[in-house]
Design a protein around this ligand. Structure first.
Ligand code: G3H
Ligand code: 13P
Ligand code: ZN
Length: 316
């Protein structure tokens, strides 16, 4: 069942975070639904602009509709990740997405508010909720590249003003994370102190943490041993997720870790099976490994086991 992120956040606020997972293909979609049902978790499917282009937005949407039929117990939101105005409007008009992110975080404060408000007005008119972003993460995003050393953390006072004036439903905050597999290259760490200040000014308001892959070292070592070259890859400590959730984070974005699972599975398999050229045996292994990865993440997020409670809340 597709629901808005707003509903999921109402259930989660202050207790746990909902996993927001990016998908690009059928194997990820199947693994995602299986992993969330295995762990009895509500979840968010994220579709980026790049994903919509890669396999055609209609193909992705059709896959999600089919998965909704195949797994009728699943409760999830369909969310546009890092949208620009044009893509947000397209998703809002399609009627399929329950949530969009407008990312105008690279603009100045006033322009970010103006762009976000435009999307909020269009989305709210159709019952769709909006995530916005204030502050800048390190690393590379889809349409903006920010040098890690110049990454700008979210200013708590500005966050309050931004939310009030833009009317957004949730806010992605920059608290030290970055996208990709190479986070915290220097002495950086998750700035829970900044998060606490934001929550103080926006009590009860859902916050979002992007760039939250953990980049497990065991995964990186296996990839490198099987011919990969990911030296120095490092991520967010997943044991901090629940603390972040207590401080108002209701959505935690994870993409890179799923890509690492894909890379490890494929590198190891083809190294061990040099004569193999059938795509289904490896696809089957990947779906199973991806499902296990999702279930494990949900344990860390605290969303595992919450599905019955969310279902009960929705039926009231
Ligand atoms: O933050 C970006 C997400 O990891 C999506 O990545 O734009 O390469 O699909 P993508
Ligand atoms: P990671 O690169 O840490 O997985 O972050 C993904 C993300 O923020 C998607 O919006
Ligand atoms: Zn992101």
């Amino acid at each position: 069942m597709i629901v808005t992120t707003k509903k999921l956040f109402e259930a989660a606020y202050g207790k746990y975070a909902i996993g927001a997972y990016n998908i690009n293909n059928l194997e990820q979609a199947m693994g995602l639904f299986r992993g969330n049902l295995d762990s009895q978790a509500p979840f968010i499917i994220q579709i980026s602009k790049g994903a919509r282009k890669y396999s055609d937005k209609r193909m992705l949407e059709a896959m999600i509709r089919a998965a909704d039929e195949i797994f009728p117990e699943a409760i999830f939101a369909v969310h546009l990740d890092h949208g620009d105005v044009e893509t947000c409007m397209d998703c809002i008009q399609s009627g399929f997405y329950s949530s969009v992110m407008i990312d105008a975080s690279h603009e100045d404060f006033e322009k970010n508010i103006e762009i976000t408000k435009r999307v909020v007005d269009a989305a709210h008119a159709r019952g769709i909720v909006v995530e916005a972003e204030l502050g800048q993460l390190g690393g590379v995003e889809e349409h903006v590249s920010v040098d890690e050393s110049n990454a700008k953390l979210t200013d708590p006072a500005a966050a309050k003003e931004f939310v009030e004036r833009s009317g957004c439903d949730s806010l992605a905050v920059a608290i030290g994370t970055s996208h990709g597999a190479f986070k915290f290259t220097g002495s950086q760490a998750l700035r829970l102190d900044v998060l606490a200040e934001i929550q103080k000014r926006l009590p009860g308001f859902p916050l979002v943490m992007h760039g939250s892959s953990s980049v497990p070292q065991e995964e990186v070592e296996r990839i490198n041993k099987a011919g990969g070259n990911l030296k120095g890859a490092k991520g967010v400590d997943a044991d901090q997720f629940l603390r972040a959730a207590q401080l108002g984070v209701t959505k935690i974005n994870i993409d890179t870790d799923g890509r690492l699972v894909w890379t490890r599975v494929h590198r190891e398999y083809f190294l061990e099976h040099p004569a193999e050229f059938d795509l289904r045996p490896i696809g089957t292994i990947f779906m199973s490994e991806y499902a296990k990865f999702i279930a494990h993440k949900n344990e860390k997020l605290g969303s595992a086991g919450q599905l019955p409670a969310v279902r009960a809340m929705l039926s009231k």
